[in-house]
Design a protein around this ligand. Structure first.
Ligand SMILES: C[S@@+](CC[C@H](N)C(=O)[O-])C[C@H]1O[C@@H](n2cnc3c(N)ncnc32)[C@H](O)[C@@H]1O
Length: 374
């Protein structure tokens, strides 16, 4: 079991050894044997019991072959499973409300919020804060992780998916209007790594949610406290971790805790997910801020109302996981943005891919964190 250690880590500062990463990442998936088999499939109806007729007009139904119907049922079934697992999943295009001839429009999917407390399910508003009648909490730190700022780094145009992306925020690219469905290639897989399941409120929950091949040890960054390190073998790119677990908070806590990500919608901050409390948060709270783009190996992104981290390049063993908190927060940590070089530019382009919401298609697989990668 991974734990907070007071001894120094065996990790090397030379963690960006791409050669090593390339030689060990290979084409075979080191997580293949870790696909979660615990999920109770009995809860999922069989394909033939899935109803999709409601998404089609009479004319369309008359045109559909049996094979096509089965395909649509399968798509809906996959999507339902994703929802049941609490994973972000792209709604199949035929279920989209703006689709022509749609018989029964549906709301876009909303994955569950990370907090288990029902009152926290409400969006934060000043009124709600007043209702809670809580005295302002003592400010512990003067900084905030602000993903909105992080996204200022990623202003490059994203892949053309049939729409103009004017927004810096991934959540505003959610396919509601003018969305043009693009089928993802089959090999464009993202693996969602499950946290260890630990009930909220348990002592030291954050560390106990670590997958076995990650550990919390002192950071390589002087004065940064603890950080998250990769043991075992190289971690491939496109592993998705999350959601960032914590307490939904207003600005008093969100702007000061040092463990809060901002959740925005339509350019407005809705609330913050604050991971200060180790009994309610997950290991992701320990991930430190990269000091430059080169040592960054995770990108953070908002998907609906949650924050996820994704490996955007292979991560060699003995590497500290580092994400970018955002320009503003980085500045407060004494990290100045490095001037762009040609190499960094291509690096940035890779990062910007993390903000393509439609990356998350039906190709999501779930892997458990129970075993180290092999
Ligand atoms: C989300 S926490 C990360 C985990 C933290 N290191 C710990 O031990 O709990 C953010 C805090 O870690 C520290 N930190 C993270 N990245 C840093 C960096 N690059 N340089 C200095 N301090 C950093 C700062 O104190 C910051 O407020």
């Amino acid at each position: 079991m991974a734990s907070v250690s007071s001894t120094s880590s065996s990790g090397s500062d030379d963690e960006n050894n791409d050669k090593q990463a390339a030689s060990t990442s290979g084409s075979s998936n080191p997580f293949a044997s870790m696909i979660d088999t615990d999920f109770d499939m009995s809860k999922v109806p069989e394909t033939e019991d899935i109803r999709v007729e409601q998404y089609f007009s009479k004319e369309e139904l008359a045109e559909l072959s049996k094979i096509e119907m089965t395909r649509y049922r399968n798509m809906k079934r996959n999507y339902d499973v994703m929802r049941m697992l609490g994973l972000p999943g792209k709604k199949p295009y035929f279920m989209e409300r703006n689709r022509r001839s749609l018989v029964q429009p549906k709301e876009p999917p909303t994955p569950p919020l990370t907090s288990s407390e029902s009152e926290e399910d409400e969006e934060w508003t000043p009124e709600l804060e007043r209702k809670k009648n809580q005295p302002p909490k003592k400010q512990l730190l003067t900084t905030t992780l602000q993903p909105a700022k992080q996204q200022e780094l990623k202003k490059e145009p994203v892949e053309d998916r049939g729409e103009t992306r004017k927004s810096r925020y991934p959540q505003r690219n959610i396919p509601r209007k003018n969305y043009k469905e693009v089928e993802l290639p089959d090999d464009d897989h993202y693996l969602f790594v499950k946290d260890k399941e630990v009930p909220k409120g348990e002592p030291n929950r954050a560390v106990r949610t670590l997958p076995d091949y990650l550990s919390v040890c002192p950071s390589k960054i002087k004065g940064a406290g603890d950080g998250v390190w990769l043991d075992g073998k190289t971690m491939q790119k496109n592993l998705v971790f999350g959601p960032y677990d914590g307490k939904i908070s207003g600005p008093e806590i969100g702007m000061t805790s040092g463990y809060a990500w901002q959740i925005s919608k339509n350019d407005k901050v809705k609330y913050y997910i604050d991971a200060t409390d180790v009994t309610k948060s997950s290991w992701m709270r320990y991930v430190n801020c990269a000091r430059n783009e080169e040592e960054q190996n995770l990108v953070a992104f908002q998907y609906y109302r949650n924050i996820y981290y994704r490996t955007y390049k292979p991560v060699p063993p003995g590497t500290e996981l580092l994400v970018w908190y955002g320009n503003e927060y980085a500045k407060e940590l004494g990290i100045s943005e490095k001037p762009q070089t040609k190499g960094e530019e291509s690096n940035k382009q890779k990062q910007s891919k993390a903000y393509l919401i439609s990356d998350f298609g039906m190709n999501f697989k779930t892997v458990s964190g129970d075993q180290p990668p092999h």
